[in-house]
Design a binder for this molecule. Structure first.
Ligand code: SF4
Length: 351
């Protein structure tokens, strides 16, 4: 039986075929796509990446890497709010299939989980890693090798989870890995608690930003994220800067993310996350086709049991009202899994 091209692509995707999902792969006879180059590779070609690594490393001497601005000298072993040493601590690195579809593709997102965190939320779902700092201290060269390993086994990107407090190590490791052949999108997966000045150091290095926008009110940020009263204003400015740097979410001809901004917002019980304000702000401040993932998977973790208003999962109604607000304010690029869940709930209600 002769297979149509669509059938061929479909079956190959199903089988997780590696070559079909490689950025830059083209079918015979098809117009060749412009060769994709990671942002950091272009910066290196311009001779500017080494200087950025140097600038970033200097910040460790008076650590202002995040809005906590502790001012400690991490090179001398002093520790600030995040409790992170000067070397990165890594909990794990592996292909991850729990991210957005365009990031996961057929072979997974090459995820590196960094230990410690500069935000420390009471409902943290990774608390043994983020709060207790479990993991192994490594050299930047080891981190570079992990990036290359993830590339070798076919992952679609290097997904840096909680990168803020180890940004200088990441930059150094990326440059080391680049010299050994790294050619994957660099994916900055952050809580959104980022300083504008620090993000400017990442301009032309990061390909994909995925910030959270956790709350829109200072009161909630103070209560649930260890006194981070400036979180809403800081996160808004950070997201605008990320958008300026990388633009809206872009995929290659196989649907794999190669550049752009993807915002995550976790719906919380009792409207704690300020979801209506969040979607309204996105619709007014960013392009309407900004990729937004409105997530339904809040679960009670860590110290959330001590706060009655967040000591339960969200209801179907709470998720549906969040999706309705996104529609009302005109967002046009919602995560397909969220849309599928909304449609499923609607379908169930109508039967
Ligand atoms: S990265 Fe850590 S030490 Fe540096 S300012 Fe932030 S919380 Fe403080």
């Amino acid at each position: 039986m002769k297979l149509s091209r669509r059938d061929f692509v479909k079956s190959s995707l199903f089988l997780g075929s590696s070559f079909l999902l490689s950025p830059g792969f083209t079918l015979a006879g098809q117009k060749k796509e412009e060769k994709w180059i990671p942002a950091y590779e272009k910066l290196e070609m311009e001779g500017r990446l080494a200087e950025r690594v140097k600038q970033a490393y200097a910040i460790f001497e008076n650590c202002q890497l995040c809005p906590r601005k502790c001012g400690v000298n991490r090179k001398k072993g002093e520790k600030g709010f995040c409790r992170a040493p000067v070397k990165p601590i890594i909990f794990s690195y592996h292909p991850h299939f729990g991210e957005e579809v365009s990031v996961v593709g057929g072979r997974g997102s090459g995820t590196i989980f960094f230990s410690n965190c500069n935000l420390r939320c009471v409902f943290c779902q990774n608390w043994p890693i983020a709060h207790e700092g479990r993991g192994k201290e490594v050299q930047d060269e080891d981190l570079a090798d992990m990036m290359l390993h993830l590339q070798m086994i076919g992952c679609h990107n290097v997904n840096l989870v909680t990168p803020t407090h180890v940004m200088p190590n990441i930059l150094n490791a990326t440059r080391i890995a680049l010299k050994k052949g790294l050619h994957l999108p660099l994916f900055y997966n952050t809580s959104g608690y980022e300083r504008l000045e620090i993000l400017k150091t990442l301009d032309g290095i990061v390909d994909i930003y995925k910030p959270d926008m956790k709350y829109m009110d200072s009161e909630q940020a103070v209560k649930y994220s260890t006194g981070a009263s400036d979180y809403p204003e800081v996160a808004k400015k950070a997201v605008l800067e990320m958008q300026r740097q990388v633009g809206v979410h872009k995929v290659d001809h196989q649907g794999i993310a190669i550049r752009g901004l993807m915002i995550r917002h976790l719906v919380m019980p009792n409207r704690v996350a300020g979801t209506e304000k969040f979607v309204k702000w996105v619709a007014e401040a960013l392009p309407k086709n900004t990729y937004v993932n409105i997530m339904a998977q809040y679960r009670v973790e860590y110290k959330a049991y001590d706060y009655p208003e967040i000591a339960r999962g969200i209801t179907e109604q709470e998720f549906l009202e969040a999706m309705d607000w996104a529609k009302k304010y005109g967002l046009t690029n919602l995560d397909p899994q969220s849309v599928a869940l909304r449609n499923f709930y609607h379908h169930r209600r109508s039967n």
